[in-house]
Ligand binder design. Structure first.
Ligand SMILES: Nc1ncnc2c1ncn2[C@@H]1O[C@H](COP(=O)(O)OP(=O)(O)OP(=O)(O)O)[C@@H](O)[C@H]1O
Length: 244
């Protein structure tokens, strides 16, 4: 399998159980929304998938490579966009990308070709020579996604990448990343916003460290507004004192 295979993942912070027996697959060419309210366990799951934390039990395969026993091979197939921006704001977009390429052992003409290709995929080539500081939030995010694609990964992980963006920039980013999945990439997109999920996406609904639903978003919504289904299933509306 060329995407993500996660089996029986659990994780605790001391006595606080953040994930319980989480298993799922995301295939190549799939856009999978990982939807969960605050505290659901999305960031913890990302930390396990990116090997920031070691899973005490269960297993993770990235493009067929086991993260525990073949970490280099697994991480080489992974592009990651973290919740907090990690661009150097004083450098141009191109320079940010070329530093990342150098870290991956990619240089010279090969790096230049890959950087142009990645920027084209995000429609960012025209901005290549602008300082990251001068870009708006949406363009900074697109530059970060381009950077995550330079080494040509098979899997792209994004942890709530639209936080702080206005509606137009959010929609633009969602559309760009869907296009990447349509081109064959396996995408895992963590969010707590139901309007970022399309009916044809895979949807994994996470709450209190457990998977509540895993299937096609349209099937899970079953003709009802996804927001309402999500609020009912997670009990979030009740917690917030909102009548549905
Ligand atoms: N360092 C930590 N120490 C103790 N508990 C933690 C720690 N980090 C997270 N938790 C708890 O683990 C659970 C899962 O948190 P996590 O950050 O993974 O959720 P999340 O879905 O990413 O939430 P958000 O959308 O708010 O970022 C929560 O109950 C959280 O309070």
């Amino acid at each position: 399998m060329s995407g993500i295979e996660a089996r029986d993942l659990s994780f605790s912070y001391g006595t606080k159980q953040a994930l319980s027996a989480v298993s799922f697959d995301v295939a190549a060419g799939e856009f999978c929304a990982l939807l969960g309210p605050n505290g659901a366990g999305k960031s913890t799951l990302f930390s396990l998938l990116t090997r920031l934390f070691t899973a005490p039990q269960g297993s993770i395969k990235i493009a067929g490579a086991d993260l525990a026993t073949r970490p280099r091979a697994a991480l080489a197939q992974m592009g990651v966009v973290f919740q907090q921006t990690t661009l150097d704001l004083d450098l141009s977009v191109r320079r940010n990308l070329s530093y990342f390429a150098a870290l991956q052992g990619i240089g010279g003409k090969d790096a230049a070709r890959r950087i142009d290709a990645a920027l084209d995929q995000l429609n960012m080539r025209e901005r290549a020579d602008e300082k990251a500081r001068n870009l708006n939030g949406g363009h900074r995010r697109r530059a970060e996604i381009a950077r995550a694609l330079i080494h040509d990964p098979k899997v792209l992980l994004l942890d709530e990448p639209t936080v702080g963006l206005d509606v137009a920039a959010r929609q633009g980013l969602v559309a760009h990343v869907h296009a990447l999945a349509e081109a064959g990439l396996c995408v895992l997109w963590a969010t707590h916003l139901t309007d970022e999920v399309r009916a044809e996406d895979r949807l994994i609904m996470l709450d209190q460290g457990r998977i509540l639903k895993n299937g096609m978003a349209g099937d899970i919504a079953a003709g009802r507004p996804l927001t309402q289904v999500f609020l009912e299933l997670t009990g979030a509306a009740q917690d917030a004192g909102v009548a549905l």
